[in-house]
Every structure is written in structure tokens, then in C-alpha cells.
Write a protein that binds this ligand. Structure first.
Ligand SMILES: [Mg+2]
Length: 427
């Protein structure tokens, strides 16, 4: 269409979102040529009772995907090859991929081990330049990281829509959503295709009379506010409609926490208390990186032979480690009194009531006195600590004393249910 061609030069996009295709399975196929072109499922343990944590393109044709039970997968595809996950290798490839992408353009945010987003600068916002950038990144990954490493790229006016676009064509996709053409291709999607609309959100939208993308698109902002039960709905509405200032994804996490079963030598109450604080600081660091604040802190402790003891505190939205650590210390006293100061087997720390920050804060290192609220100073200090730890390694700087014995336990593992962000390896 001539109209599209003449538009191309004027059309602008702000974000490039890159999603690697069948990431773990592709890395395995890259390293082991005998797996290429074959249905492969990556598994955490070697049993048919487990689930796939990744499936190759070939396996996906049989309906096998992340979460598919391996017994079911074998029935659907008897020639399926299962491969034990090698998370260290996936992390190593992750770094090689980032390095390659950054040969072309800086990565603004790493969203997960196989997803990243670039916020385009003025020259690259022009659609034809952005499309060229996407092709150069794709070619670079194939030529310098590995021929099996393919990705789907989305180009759009904000990060949310760029991610949605990256999901629309797999493998090796490149989809553009232009602000002036919205809703356009979005209308081909189902509600659940959108990041931020999950199993629990969908029925709430149905209850508001929204069953299709067209209905979602037509919905008033107030309706989405009601459906989400808060500002997340407004943010979603804004992002969906291509809001230019919105550079975050709609909230997916309502809670954020860590738990740990203690090694016998860490089960005395003082040692366990240190572990609890370490878990909290890790969660707080993630909270800040996601640009959220929390309004509740929950502490749960299971003693070696007693029941579970727990306590919760509520406060104004915070994300700084100092306030949270102080709050945890009070909860710890309460919980351990309930537990009669017995030996502790398991500790869980959860931040709840997560809210997106109104605006990511960029504060001066030495703000003019009197202009900055104490809360902002504390949050700023926490962020400075995060940066030092990211740069120089986990625990370069911690709040309070962290003995060597408990230092290593919070090392990030790649959990089955959640792929850690790269930064977490330093948290
Ligand atoms: Mg992916």
C-alpha cells in the first residue's frame, strides 16, 4: 500500500523489546548439534514426573511448552529428547547475548534471562532505522553467539506494547505496533496474550464485561482501575493505549519474597535472625529494581519441631532497606517469642502490597539540604548500596553484619517457577 510506504519515514517507535526464542532449548541445540531440528525438552530433574522448563521449536509443534508434564509430552511426541538443564551455561550465554546486543545499541533493562528492552534514541526512533537495528541485532546473534540463537523483536511506542509485539510472531519475529495504528494488530490477540492479564485477572475483566481485545481497548480508564482494584489498572490502560511516558510494565508481582530452609549450623535464633535479614535485603533490592514500594512485611518462621509462627506489619509505602530492616527486627522479636526461642528450621520473608512508584526517582548524590525528605534520602542510600553491590559483587556493602557463614546461602538459584534476573546474581 503506497500509504504505508509514505508513512514509514514519519513513523516513530520508542522501544525495542527482544525475546529469545525457546531460550534454554536453543542453547542446548547450539552446544549439541545432534539436537538441532529435533523435539527437545529441557528438564530440571531426570524423571517423567517433572515438567519441561523449556521446549525447542520442534517440540512446540506437538503442543509441548514450559510447564508441560514430561509424561504427557512423551505421549504427544514419543521421539522427544529430554535434556537436563545447565543453568550456569544459560547464564553464560545470557551475558554473551547482552554483549552482542550492546555492540549495536545499549540495553536499557534486562527483564529476565531471555528478555531485554532498549529505549531508542532520537535517530533510531525512526521506524526504518529501528527495523534495520533489529535486523542487525538478529544477524549479530546468529553470527557471533550461535546460529541457533534466534529472537523475536517488538517495536512500539512503549515497553509494554513492544513486549506484546515481540510475542506476536515466533520464532525469529519482527512486529511493529505504531501509535497511530492502534489498536490495529492488537485486536488479533486474546486477553491472556497480554502481559499483566493472567489466570486471576481474566475473570475480573470478564466481570467488568470485557472479554475481547476490542472491549478492552474500548474500556474507560475507570473500568480498568476497578478491574485491577487500583492504580495498576490506570497504568495498564495508559500502556495499552501507547502512553509515551510509561516505561514500565504493568504490575505482575503483588508479593515478593524469599524463604530458606536453614542448614543445621544456622538454626540457632541469632543465626536464623541474620538469615532473615539477608532474605529481606535481597527482596528489598529486587523491589527497588522493579521500581515498586511495599506496604506490608510478613515474617514466617517454622521451628524444628513446633508449628509455624508468623507476624505482619503494615506501613506507608517504602522500599528502603533501613526502614524495612528495622521493621523486620520488631517482627523477629514477636515471632520468636511465639516460637519460645526454639531452633529455627525455615524462615520466609515476604513484602506485600506492592505499588509501582509514581516515578522512578533520580536523586542527586548530595541533594541540597532541606529540599529532600528523609524518606528520599534513605531510599537513595539503598539505591547507592544496590549499585555498589551490582558493580563489585554481592555483599560488598550490607546493612548490618553478615557473617561469612550465611553469606553464600542466598546465592541465586534458577528456580523452576521463576527465572531470576541477571541482577539477582549480585543481590
Ligand atoms: Mg523467550
Amino acid at each position: 500500500m503506497p500509504a504505508t510506504i509514505s508513512n514509514t519515514h514519519a513513523a516513530l517507535v520508542d522501544w525495542l523489546f527482544l525475546d529469545l526464542n525457546s531460550y534454554f532449548a536453543s542453547v542446548e541445540q547450539q552446544l549439541r548439534p545432534e539436537l538441532r531440528g529435533k523435539p527437545v525438552a529441557v528438564v530440571p530433574v531426570d524423571t517423567d514426573a517433572t515438567c519441561a522448563i523449556a521446549a525447542s521449536q520442534e517440540a512446540k509443534k506437538f503442543g509441548i511448552k514450559t510447564g508441560t508434564n514430561i509424561g504427557d509430552a512423551r505421549r504427544a511426541c514419543p521421539e522427544l529428547i529430554t535434556v537436563m538443564a545447565s543453568h550456569d551455561v544459560y547464564v553464560e550465554f545470557h551475558h554473551r547475548i547482552i554483549t552482542e546486543v550492546e555492540r549495536h545499541f545499549p540495553v536499557h533493562v534486562i527483564c529476565s534471562i531471555d528478555e531485554m528492552a532498549c529505549k531508542l534514541d532520537a535517530p533510531r526512533r525512526r521506524l526504518n532505522v529501528a527495523v534495520d537495528l533489529a535486523h542487525r541485532i538478529k544477524r549479530g546473534l546468529r553470527e557471533r553467539v550461535g546460529e541457533c540463537i534466534t529472537c523475536s523483536v517488538g517495536l512500539a511506542p512503549n515497553r509494554f506494547l513492544a513486549k506484546v509485539a515481540s510475542d506476536m510472531q515466533k520464532p525469529d519475529g519482527l512486529v511493529t505496533l505504531l501509535a497511530e495504528e492502534l489498536p490495529g494488530k492488537l485486536l488479533e490477540l486474546k486477553l491472556r496474550d497480554l502481559c499483566g492479564i493472567g489466570r486471576r485477572m481474566e475473570p475480573r475483566l470478564h466481570a467488568c464485561g470485557i472479554r475481547t481485545l476490542a472491549e478492552l481497548w474500548a474500556a474507560e480508564r475507570e473500568t480498568l482501575h476497578r478491574a485491577w482494584g487500583g492504580v495498576c489498572g490506570d497504568r495498564f490502560w495508559h500502556a495499552l493505549h501507547g502512553g509515551a511516558s510509561e516505561d514500565d510494565l504493568p504490575a505482575q508481582h503483588r508479593t515478593l519474597g524469599h524463604s530458606h530452609v536453614l542448614a543445621p549450623e544456622l538454626r540457632t535464633p541469632p543465626q536464623a535472625g541474620i538469615v532473615a535479614r539477608r532474605l529481606l535485603l535481597k527482596a528489598a533490592s529486587r523491589l527497588r529494581r522493579m521500581e515498586y514500594r511495599a506496604t506490608h512485611l510478613h515474617l514466617s518462621v517454622r521451628t524444628e519441631d513446633g508449628p509455624r509462627c508468623e507476624a505482619q506489619a503494615k506501613f506507608e509505602p517504602v522500599c528502603d532497606s533501613i526502614v524495612l530492616a528495622r521493621c523486620l527486627a520488631e517482627l523477629w522479636q514477636r515471632v520468636m517469642q511465639q516460637a519460645r526461642w526454639q531452633r529455627v528450621k525455615k524462615v520466609s520473608v515476604t513484602l506485600m502490597g506492592l505499588e509501582a512508584e509514581a516515578r522512578p526517582q533520580q536523586l542527586e548524590l548530595f541533594p541540597a539540604s532541606g529540599e529532600t525528605a528523609p524518606r528520599e534520602q534513605r531510599e537513595h542510600l539503598s539505591r547507592v548500596l544496590d549499585k555498589i553491590n551490582q558493580k563489585h559483587g554481592r555483599d560488598s556493602v550490607v546493612i548490618g553484619f553478615t557473617p561469612d557463614t550465611v553469606r553464600t546461602f542466598s546465592g541465586t538459584k534458577i528456580a523452576f517457577t521463576r527465572i531470576p534476573d541477571r541482577e539477582e546474581f549480585q543481590e
